[in-house]
Design a protein around this ligand. Structure first.
Ligand code: ATR
Length: 277
């Protein structure tokens, strides 16, 4: 019998109305002429597992998960990628025909692919990387840098204890410095990555001395509202390479789309414009 039911996928979170993922995946579905739909679903923390079970029984191909479900997503999975395990959280779930759940975390992939799409010769093995922040996004960036062979990763966080916890989780492969040493650490780094929420909506921003940013460094900000954060502006003014957070958002969507819908979507300027609206 010919089965022409649409492919279904979703993003689960709370809140969820701000998510750009539905716009992105539905754009890709249309571009690739796939009969499918990707929807936002608001799910309370305690309802996560039963919602996943319902979606599986309704024939969904998989979901993205965002705050506050990234930890639960990894916990309920039957199988998970090494990256998801090292980050300790999942953002992409793939449901098999046998109704099994595979968990992945594509943030690390998105982070690397985004930088390499703009700077193909970028080599994180060279020089030190300073990562600002010690939350979920920081874990993904650290996992990404380690998988690319980075040898020197320095994490700075307002609450130093959280950075120390990360050091243990990543088997002492990172070092931790005090937030008050920001300028001197930045001055001797090749990669400067902001994973904190500082800079969002232009309210507050990373308290950095512009002169400490090396001209040959790459400055990356995971914040994408605004697109050009004050940190990126400082980097640009210094003549450094800069990468914005919207690119990472777009690239992290690729592996999920491929797994659910069977085609590889493209990150384009048109998509970027649609997401910026
Ligand atoms: P995410 O999953 O996006 O990384 P998170 O886990 O809530 O979010 O982490 C937020 C990060 O932003 C943390 O590193 C946090 O620092 P603390 O651990 O000290 O809270 C950082 N952050 C948020 N507001 C900040 C501020 N005003 N100054 C410095 N760091 C801040």
């Amino acid at each position: 019998m010919y089965d022409n039911r649409p492919f279904l996928a979703a993003v689960l979170g709370n809140p969820i109305s701000h998510s750009k993922s539905p716009r992105m995946h539905n754009y890709w579905l249309k571009k690739n002429r796939i009969n499918g739909y990707y929807m936002p679903i608001k799910v309370k923390l305690g309802d996560f597992e039963k919602t996943i079970k319902s979606l599986i029984s309704m024939g969904f191909s998989g979901v993205n998960v965002t705050i506050p479900h990234k930890l639960s997503a990894l916990e309920i999975a039957d199988e998970s990628s090494e990256t998801a395990q090292s980050i300790g959280a999942a953002n992409t779930l793939i449901f098999s025909k046998e109704k099994k759940i595979y968990a992945d975390n594509t943030d690390a992939y998105g982070f690397i692919r985004n930088i390499k799409s703009k700077f193909p010769n970028w080599d994180p093995k060279k020089g030190a990387s300073v990562v600002l922040g010690a939350g979920g996004a920081s874990r993904a960036v650290i996992a990404a840098l380690l998988s690319e062979g980075s040898r020197k990763i320095i994490v700075l966080n307002r609450t130093i204890e959280k950075a120390e916890e990360l050091k243990i989780e990543f088997n002492n492969k990172i070092s931790v410095e005090s937030w008050s040493h920001l300028d001197e650490i930045v001055a001797s780094s090749s990669n400067i990555i902001n994973t904190t929420s500082l800079g969002m909506n232009n309210e507050t921003f990373v308290p950095i001395d512009p002169k400490s940013i090396p001209k040959e460094a790459l400055v990356s900000d995971l914040v994408y509202t605004p697109l050009k954060t004050k940190l990126l502006k400082l980097g640009q003014d210094r003549g450094s390479k800069t990468v914005d957070g919207l690119g990472m958002l777009m690239y992290q969507g690729i592996p999920g789309f491929e797994a659910w819908f069977g085609q590889t979507p493209l990150v384009t300027e048109e998509l970027r414009k649609i997401l910026m609206k």
